[in-house]
Design a protein around this ligand. Structure first.
Ligand code: G3H
Ligand code: ZN
Length: 283
């Protein structure tokens, strides 16, 4: 089923679990994601960022393909523009047939973030799409000073933000970051703040930077109110490693078999993650 994120995230919110949102740039990844979701009886969100779209994604080809693949399975599948920032990128995603968009104006001050988000939420809702927004700021894992507590999401500000913008789900900053953390580093997350955000907002909450946070942290964020977890780096690493291993094992391996090795490794990773965050067996 090809759907927006709205209903699936409300279901996750009401039943205290989270749905994976996985970045995808090609057919092999889309196949791995959708078949994992189908086999796990889980909802799933396929993400693509503007950078990924421009570098390799071809959204005008990916969107109809993902829609077609989604319509062949019984579980809900959404296609979401991840970290959309310019109006042009977001309008293009809408035109290509995405079922959801994220407007990330978290780099702007509060009023400007509200203004930009409200505009995109109204555009998205008018077309039947869901809209994700971000308040506070989730930085990059390789820039430690970006994981600053003063960039964490403020609960009372978040309440005002959600009611003024009408976003369907909100990405919050509680200590995770995008990309690979330094070796051995496990982020310390602000679970108290997360619980307060959930109690105040009573809506689906999103965690960005789902890679490398550690199983315990991930289980605990779900218990504390996260309903969508974005994962990119770890999935790409699993696919790349499987390709490297397959080539090392047999330098003459067929190109198709290299892709299939990556697809299988990504599936194993996704299915395990779905069980960890409680989305398996819900559909
Ligand atoms: O929006 C994408 C994500 O937040 C992915 O972060 O690469 O750290 O998993 P990650
Ligand atoms: Zn992100």
């Amino acid at each position: 089923m090809y759907v927006s994120m709205k209903e699936m995230l409300l279901h996750a919110h009401e039943n205290n679990y989270a749905v994976m949102a996985i970045n995808c740039v090609n057919m092999e990844q889309a196949k791995a994601i959708i078949s994992s979701a189908s086999e796990e009886h889980s909802a799933v969100i396929i993400n693509i960022s503007p950078r990924q779209m421009k570098a390799h994604g071809h959204p005008e080809i990916l969107a109809p393909m993902i829609r077609d693949m989604a319509e062949r399975v019984m579980v809900p599948v959404a296609f979401n523009l991840d970290h959309g920032s310019s109006y042009e990128d977001i309008a293009y995603a809408v035109q290509c047939g995405f079922s959801s968009v994220m407007i990330d104006a978290s780099g702007f001050e509060f009023e400007e973030n509200v203004r930009r988000t409200a505009l995109i939420a109204s555009l998205a809702h008018g077309k039947g799409l869901s809209c994700e927004a971000e308040l506070g700021h989730v930085g990059m894992a390789n820039q430690q000073d970006n994981i600053k507590t003063d960039l964490y999401t403020n609960p009372s500000q978040a309440k005002e933000f959600a009611s003024r913008t009408k976003c369907d789900c909100l990405a919050v900053a509680i200590g995770t970051a995008h990309g690979s953390y330094p070796k051995g580093f496990v982020p310390e997350l602000d679970f108290g703040r997360l619980k307060q955000l959930k109690e105040t907002l009573k809506m689906p909450l999103v965690l960005h930077g789902g890679s490398g946070a550690g199983d315990e942290n991930i289980k605990k964020v779900v218990e504390s109110g996260i309903n969508k977890i974005n994962v990119c780096t770890d999935l790409f690493k699993h696919g790349r490693q499987a390709m490297a291993d397959a080539i090392a094992k047999n330098p003459d391996i067929d190109y198709m078999d290299v892709n299939m090795a990556a697809e299988e490794a990504m599936k194993q990773f996704i299915k395990r993650y779905m069980r960890l965050i409680g989305s398996s067996g819900r559909y």
